[in-house]
Structures are given as C-alpha cells and as structure tokens.
Design a protein around this ligand. Structure first.
Ligand code: NAI
Ligand code: NA
Length: 396
C-alpha cells in the first residue's frame, strides 16, 4: 500500500517501514563514521525501539560490536495497518545487526511486568550468560504495578500553582498562551510510580538475583533538567519529581550492586523531538528556539549524536566517568551553555506566531517529528507500493 502520514495531535497513526529502516541505517552510518568505542560487549536496552534507547542500542552494536537484547512495547503490523515506528525500527536494526554478524534479539512486551523481566533473564541465560551494560530508557504514560495490579497514570503538571506561559502548535506554528492547572498529591505520586526509579530498581534486583549481571556491570538511565522557562511544567513539576526519584535511585542501585562491583548512573540528556517530549506543553516552543540557536552555533545534536558522545566521551572514555556535583553524567552540556541559554531566554520573550518562522526552527521540529514515524527521509520512495507486513523472527 501507499503509506502516508496521518497526524492526530501529538501522534501519527501511521509509520513507514522503509523510512524507519532509512532512519536506522543513517544512525548506524553515523556511529560507524565516528570510529570504534571500547565499550560493553553484552548489552540489555530497556526501551530500545525509539529515541535515546534505540540510539543507545545502535551505538553499542555498531560502535562496540556488542551483542544486544532490546525490550520495548510496540505494535506489530496487521494486514492493511502499519506497525508502530518502534516495531519497524527494531526490525531494521535486527536485520542490519545480523548482516554485520552481531547477535540481536528483542522482547516486545510490558517491561514493567514480572513476566517480561523473567523472559529477559531467560534469554540472557540462554544466549549471553551475563550482560555488562543495562540501558534503562523507558518513557511511558502508564505503568501497571506488578505487585498491586494498579494502573498508574503519569501527568505533566506544575506543582503548587497554575502555570501560564507560551506554547506552540508545531503543526500550524501558532504561538499561544497555555495555562496548566496544578497537580494534586495523587498526580505527583502516580507520576513518580510511572517514571521514577522503582521499576529500574526492580529490573536491577531481578537481573542481579538471577546472576545475569557481569562483574563490574554498569546501568544507565536518562534524565532531563532544562531551562528556567520550562521548570514549572518540567523539572519542578510532576515529571521532575519522578526524575528526582530516578536520580536518587542511581545511588541505591549502586549500593545494591556493590557485591558485583556494579555502578548505576543517570545521564542528563539534551531536549530532543521524540514521541515523549512532543506531548509536553511549552517544550516544543523551547525546542524550536533551541534547535535554531544550536544549529547556528554548529553544536546541534540528535539522539544518535548524543548517545555516541555519551559512550565515547563519558561512559567509555578510557578513564573515570565525569559527573556533576550530584553524581550525574551531563551530556546536556552544550544545551545548557550560558551563551545558548541567554539567547533562548531573549528569543522566548519575543516569540510570536508572526516571527517564529524567523527566530525558531519550526521546519526542523516538523522534520524531526515526521522522521520519528519514518517520513521525510531522502532516498525513500514514498509513492511506491510498500509492504506494511514486516515480520522479524527474533522479536518475541
Ligand atoms: P521514546 O518514547 O522515544 O522511547 C520510549 C521507549 O520505551 C520505546 O522503546 C518504547 O517502546 C518503550 N516503552 C514504553 N513503555 C513501555 C513498556 N511498558 N514496556 C516496554 N517498553 C516500553 O522516549 P525517549 O524520549 O527516548 O525517552 C527515553 C528516556 O529519555 C526517558 O526517561 C526520557 O525522560 C529521557 N529523556 C528524554 C529527553 C527528550 O527530550 N526526549 C531529554 C532527556 C531525557
Ligand atoms: Na528510548
């Protein structure tokens, strides 16, 4: 069938298998072009199908020749209906890994469940014995708690008062004021349950107790800080409480991995267009100003550039892992540069519907958003009859 983008607000209902494949191939080429990284050889990536997790998996495989197991929650295709992009990304990744002679298998299911954890442990035992790196890159609006059976929903709300600021509808370019009502305690608690560190701890406990973590194993989860303008809805909002919890969890996991000389890190990454970040009010306007400013300075990065730099210059740089005063790896260093942030703060004051096309990078935002679903890639014939049924035996 001819597959076209069908946008519905913050999501696209279709995905293009050839475009997703092109996206993965481009990321592989980028990692290869940067040379080998003396990194982990057996890697588990939880949240491996899109965004930072996919880029991490690609960097491990094609930067360090690593065997990878990927866990994700994606929709396979059915006759006449495309898969979710992460499915096609993973299918393409597995094909490319196999061509390169690299072990790659995936588990498609709910990573918050005990069953998927056990399935992963069984796969590691059967195929790899142990893993030496665990990337934790889940982004989800809901979590079914494996002990209580309660379905928790996260929210993106300020805490303590209504937050009013500018936002942009990135489809139309219309800049408007948005007011978001404050969270109650239940909203905060639920968001921490979904996006905080409890599930990361459960994963690391399960892996350690099963004996599938190698001596010296490292685990990394991803966080975000960002600028003052987004603080009320991000870092000082409900999601920020979850990130505080996630960051604190790195210390408790490090303690519990002492017996195997393991270590847990949080890496603070740059703001990027992903399915997760597009749904957060105010952030798309910030990202469009950020992209424009960083591109002008020649320091713009996407997920793959970020993860390649995380691996080569932080995690596996041949010496100690550099961290900030709170023990966090900072790969948001270029985003947070004073000169960059000063420029954005000024642009933020000025931004209107009329001038955004000039002062912000809305086309860059839209392009990245389309790319998430496999659209807008050079070298892909979007008018061609395309088979939506891409099946991969190594995804179970
Ligand atoms: P994403 O939406 O691109 O990826 C999420 C991944 O989690 C996908 O592989 C998805 O299949 C998987 N997933 C979701 N629910 C699942 C479930 N129940 N079971 C198994 N897999 C599941 O998100 P993105 O943006 O790459 O986020 C990853 C991490 O990076 C998050 O912790 C996020 O907060 C963080 N981060 C994101 C930034 C951004 O600007 N996008 C900036 C800094 C940090
Ligand atoms: Na991810």
């Amino acid at each position: 069938m001819i597959i076209e983008p069908r946008m519905r607000g913050f999501i696209c209902l279709t995905a293009h298998p050839k475009g997703c494949e092109q996206n993965v191939k481009n990321q592989i080429e980028y990692v290869k072009s940067k040379g080998k990284i003396d990194g982990a050889k057996k890697v588990l990536v939880i949240g491996a199908s899109t965004g930072f997790g996919l880029a991490s998996r690609i960097t491990s495989a094609f930067g360090s020749d690593a065997a990878t197991i990927g866990v994700f929650f994606e929709k396979p295709p059915v006759e006449g209906k495309t898969a979710s992009p992460g499915w096609y990304n993973s299918a393409a990744f597995e094909n490319e890994a196999k061509k390169a002679g690299l072990y790659a298998k995936s588990i498609n299911g709910d990573a918050f469940s005990n069953e998927v954890k056990q399935q992963t442990i069984d796969m590691i035992k059967a195929d790899l014995g142990q893993v030496d790196l665990v990337i934790y890159s889940l982004a989800s609006p809901v979590r079914m708690h494996p002990v209580t059976g309660v379905l928790h929903r996260s929210s993106l709300k300020p805490i303590g008062g209504t937050f009013t600021n500018k936002t942009v509808d990135f489809h139309t370019g219309v800049v408007s004021q948005i007011s978001i009502e404050p969270a109650n305690q239940e909203d905060i608690d639920n968001t921490v349950v979904v996006m905080g560190g409890e599930d990361w701890t459960m994963w690391m406990d399960a892996l350690k107790n099963a004996g599938v973590l190698a001596n010296g194993a490292t685990t990394v989860a991803y966080s975000y800080i960002g600028p003052e303008v987004t603080e009320p809805v991000y870092r000082k909002g409900t999601i920020g409480r979850a990130k505080d919890h996630l960051e604190a969890t790195a210390f408790s996991i490090t303690d519990s991995l002492a017996s195997i000389n393991g270590k847990a890190y949080v890496s603070v990454n740059k703001a990027l267009v992903t399915q997760a970040s597009s749904a957060i009010p105010v952030i798309p306007l910030y990202i469009s100003l950020l992209y424009k400013t960083m591109k002008a300075e020649g320091i713009h990065e996407g997920c793959i550039e970020q993860m390649q730099r995380l691996y080569s210059q932080r995690l596996f740089n041949g010496s100690e892992v550099p961290t900030d005063d709170k023990g966090r790896i900072r790969i948001d260093d270029w985003e947070m540069r004073t000169d960059i942030q000063d420029k954005i703060a000024k642009l933020w004051q000025d931004a209107t519907t009329e001038n955004l096309s000039e002062i912000g990078d809305l086309p860059g935002y839209k392009q990245d958003f389309l790319n998430l679903f496999g659209f807008g890639f050079e070298g892909v014939d979007y008018n061609a009859d395309t088979n939506e049924m891409v099946n991969v035996p190594s995804i179970s």
